[in-house]
Design a protein around this ligand. Structure first.
Ligand code: NI
Length: 131
């Protein structure tokens, strides 16, 4: 498994994007609306690091509560894996609990993603490698 991106939860997507651009980040992928999770997503990169900006556009978005509690902040590291189901099974043995079952992510070309939570780490995302 390799690190794919770090997810940042932000209140104002365009303002956050400008703030990252001021640090020298470039846009990798323009804004995509994920209607299942009710978030807008932009991918930026710098020095080989990829940042995902995630911003809810509706009060009943899956991350609206977390944003209200935590404020603008990084909230997950995403790991790319060959076999999503096998990776989930392996992490279950290491006390990770699935918080979002595997589902297609429009912002990742429709590839399946899942979210897991660990009691001593917090949230991680797994992204299934395309093809
Ligand atoms: Ni992510």
């Amino acid at each position: 498994m390799t690190i794919h991106h770090i997810g940042y939860l932000v209140k104002k997507l365009e303002r956050a994007r400008l703030a990252f651009e001021a640090l020298g980040y470039g846009v990798e992928q323009e804004t995509i609306r994920d209607e299942c999770r009710k978030v807008d997503i932009v991918f930026l990169s710098k020095d080989g690091y990829c940042i995902e900006l995630v911003s809810p556009y509706a009060p009943d978005s899956v991350v609206a509560g977390l944003l209200a509690r935590a404020g603008n902040s990084p909230y997950h590291v995403c790991y790319e894996v060959d076999d999503l189901d096998a990776a989930i099974e392996r992490l279950r043995d290491a006390r990770y609990v699935v918080s979002s079952e595997p589902a297609p992510a429009p912002a990742c070309g429709g590839a399946r993603v899942a979210f897991l939570v660990h009691p001593y780490l917090g949230m991680v995302e797994l992204l299934e490698k395309a093809g």
